[in-house]
Design a protein around this ligand. Structure first.
Ligand code: CMP
Length: 139
């Protein structure tokens, strides 16, 4: 079924001017960018977004990094979009990411891994609502 997922192009990627190359990967794979905005989160906002990871040892580093530069927040739409996007992104650690995936091609490390994508439809709905109002999503 047609589904929506939430995506972030992370600061390591915007810093290296990779927004267009990453968006091309989504579009070539059949995902449609139905909402998109460039924003610079505060560390507190990043902390709210990643609150489920609050107990992890890398939480502080993660929030610091996500506030280190602009991000592109996006809604991607397409057939089975949550799983499809995770395939396009590749494994969290670029060392484990399959050839041709975004993380294999662009990620610098497990922390600075160029993109975030929702891991389940329920998470996608929450994450989309965190960043976008209904009127900002144009399918
Ligand atoms: P993301 O999909 O954005 O969700 C949580 C993020 O935590 C994950 O991608 C990684 O970038 C980051 N992360 C996971 N493991 C580590 C780690 N060991 N050190 C730093 N960051 C990590």
């Amino acid at each position: 079924a047609i589904q929506r997922t939430f995506s972030i192009i992370k600061p390591d990627a915007t810093r290296r001017n990779l927004t267009g190359k990453i968006n091309a990967k989504f579009e070539e794979a059949g995902l449609r960018i139905v909402a998109q905005k460039r924003i610079h989160l505060t560390k507190a906002q990043a902390g709210q977004f990643y609150i489920v990871h609050a107990a992890r040892p890398f939480y502080d580093e993660l929030c610091e990094f996500m506030a280190s530069g602009p991000i592109i927040a996006q809604v991607l739409e397409g057939e089975n979009a949550v799983v499809r996007n995770r395939e396009i992104m590749g494994a969290t650690n670029p060392k484990d990411a399959a050839a041709g995936t975004i993380r294999a091609e662009f990620a610098e490390s497990v922390g600075e891994n160029s993109v975030h994508g929702s891991d389940a439809p329920e998470a996608a709905a929450e994450e989309i609502a965190f960043f976008f109002a209904g009127l900002e999503i144009v399918g």
